[in-house]
Design a protein around this ligand. Structure first.
Ligand SMILES: NC(=O)C1=CN([C@@H]2O[C@H](COP(=O)(O)OP(=O)(O)OC[C@H]3O[C@@H](n4cnc5c(N)ncnc54)[C@H](O)[C@@H]3O)[C@@H](O)[C@H]2O)C=CC1
Ligand SMILES: O=C(O)[C@@H]1CCC=N1
Length: 271
């Protein structure tokens, strides 16, 4: 077994996003990885998108790979852990991206191995991911460095206390879905005001990208940047007034809070 080799258990959407990002950045080569999934349709789609070989055997992944990404749904965790317990060794580092699934559960069932819990998001696919991560009690500095390198080649990676990973899930894990809806709604507004759909969607997406870059690169408070767009008696304040009346800010806060609570609940059912 090669301790540096990366294996993936669960060849679904998030495994595809991460693996594609690693290959794109040159950090990993498809022929040096292996992914398992019980469903041929999932394996086929994963192979087509990543060129990584696949198998239906999780055991085969553990036998070949020292670094094992766990990318299955939370509901599968109890049966998966039971299966992994048969072949997990002290040479394995498990990196779980499973929403809600807590490190103490992994450490109890797979006590010989080391564990790191991560919450990434799908923009890892295009090198713009946002991930939070927390180390298990026996993970080494080298393990943490390896996982931080894996995550930071496909976006930003921030260490957080484990209990805050549910909040990371509610904000940046689920966040791309909120933002896709915001882009769609802005595009709808453009169409309502007469723009062709393709033009409206491009303008909406680029506006989010540009505004996000300004927040990350200027170091200025988002409120300051908002004020700089907003002329007295101008167009922007008329639009902002509508957003306030529609409770946009409170609604987004509620969305993050609800998704955080759901991650906490999933943690209870997956353990
Ligand atoms: N989709 C997203 O945006 C994000 C997902 N996550 C987490 O990543 C995990 C995977 O999510 P997705 O990729 O969206 O789900 P998905 O459903 O696309 O992928 C999960 C894959 O696991 C496979 N699977 C089921 N049982 C298995 C088993 N016993 N052994 C091996 N593979 C098995 C399924 O066939 C499926 O292909 C979840 O726990 C989710 O919470 C985390 C961050 C973002
Ligand atoms: O919806 C979910 O449960 C997963 C976790 C974060 C993003 N997708």
């Amino acid at each position: 077994m090669n301790q540096k080799r990366i294996g993936l258990i669960g060849a679904g959407k998030m495994a595809t996003a991460l693996a594609s990002g690693w290959i794109r950045s040159g950090l990993a080569q498809p022929e040096n990885m292996l992914a398992s999934d019980p469903y041929e349709a999932a394996r086929k789609s994963f192979r087509e998108q990543t060129n990584i070989p696949t198998t239906d055997s999780n055991r085969e992944v553990l036998e070949s790979s020292g670094v094992v990404l766990l990318a299955v749904k939370p509901q599968v965790v109890p049966e998966l852990l039971e299966e992994l317990a048969e072949s997990a060794t002290s040479e394995h580092l498990f990196v779980s991206i499973i929403a809600g699934a807590r490190l103490d559960r992994f450490e109890a069932v797979l006590p010989k191995s080391r564990h790191i819990r991560v919450m990434p998001n799908t923009p890892c696919l295009v090198g713009e991911g946002a991930s939070g991560f927390a180390a298990g009690s026996t993970a080494t500095k080298d393990d943490l460095k390896l996982v931080e390198d894996l995550l930071s080649t496909v976006g930003i990676a921030l260490p957080v206390a484990e209990h805050l990973l549910d909040a990371v899930t509610g904000l940046s894990g689920s966040g791309p879905a909120y933002v896709f809806e915001i882009i769609e709604a802005l595009s709808d507004g453009g169409v309502l005001s007469g723009l062709p759909r393709a033009t409206a969607t491009q303008l909406a997406a680029q506006t989010l990208l540009g505004a996000a870059k300004m927040v990350l690169e200027s170091g200025q408070h988002p409120g300051q940047l908002k004020d700089a767009v907003t002329s007295p008696g101008g167009t922007t304040i008329s639009g902002l007034h509508q957003l306030e009346q529609g409770c946009m800010r409170g609604t987004l806060m509620n969305a993050v809070e609800a998704a955080t609570k759901r991650s906490q609940e999933l943690g209870k059912t997956s353990t």
